[in-house]
Write a protein that binds this ligand. Structure first.
Ligand code: GAR
Length: 217
């Protein structure tokens, strides 16, 4: 089996990266992580990658005067590793339109809200503040506008009456960790088509155990 070559970009803890590492360690998973790039030298995810024997690189944004130079360095690193799909997993720097254009329909992001609601930061606290009954998370193709782009997969997560920001963050991460490997698998298997601002997923069926993840992983 020819595996899809992933580049994972992080800024912090890297629990989503860990979910992808765990998936890739299974022999029948159709993707491999070729390189992990962090813009922060202290990102815990770099240790997770190294611990799993994966090349881990820090491209520190503070080392570049211009954003374009920083992004060129990332692009070069991804290209050197023959990356076919870039997975943003808690990468917290905005990417410029030129970089995003170079990776159009080859770069995905995970965001902790039911997009298009709650783009940006502090998504869980804002959802609780608004009293919405569902929070969620979303995997989408990246477009130049922040937290925007064709949606591949979403989970709707019911908010409990006694929900706190911490409990909602933890609950949301559980869904993120299930969804990210599932979405990458769909892409690797050629089951995801982008057309305009919409995504069609082949064999998109609601499995009985799929809960509120739609389309089902
Ligand atoms: C995740 O909740 C991810 O959805 C979020 O950062 C966290 C990273 O956690 N991403 C964004 O907010 C992007 N706009 P992790 O480092 O443990 O995977």
């Amino acid at each position: 089996m020819r595996k899809l070559r992933l580049g994972v970009m992080i800024s912090g803890s890297g629990t989503n990266l860990q979910a992808l590492i765990n998936a890739c360690e299974k022999g029948d998973y159709p993707a491999t992580i070729e390189v992990v790039i962090s813009n922060r030298p202290d990102a815990k995810g770099l240790d997770r990658a190294r611990g799993a024997g994966i090349k881990a690189v820090c491209v520190d944004h503070k080392g570049y005067e211009e954003r374009s130079q920083f992004e060129d360095a990332i692009h070069e690193c991804l290209s050197d590793h023959k990356v076919q799909l870039v997975c943003l997993a808690g990468f917290m720097r905005l990417l410029g339109s030129e970089f995003v254009g170079r990776w159009k329909d080859r770069m995905i992001n995970i965001h902790p809200s039911l997009l298009p609601s709650y783009k940006g930061l502090h998504t869980h606290a804002r959802a609780l503040e608004d009293g919405v009954k569902f929070a969620g998370c979303t995997i989408h193709y990246v477009r130049p506008e922040m937290d925007n782009g064709p949606i591949i997969m979403q989970a709707a997560i019911p908010i409990a009456p006694d929900e706190t920001e911490d409990s909602l963050i933890a609950k949301t991460l559980e869904y993120e960790h299930r969804m990210y490997p599932a979405a990458v698998r769909l892409i690797a298997e050629g089951k995801v088509r982008v057309s305009g601002n919409k995504v069609a997923v082949k064999e998109d069926v609601a499995l009985p155990n799929a809960g509120l993840i739609n389309p089902a992983p």
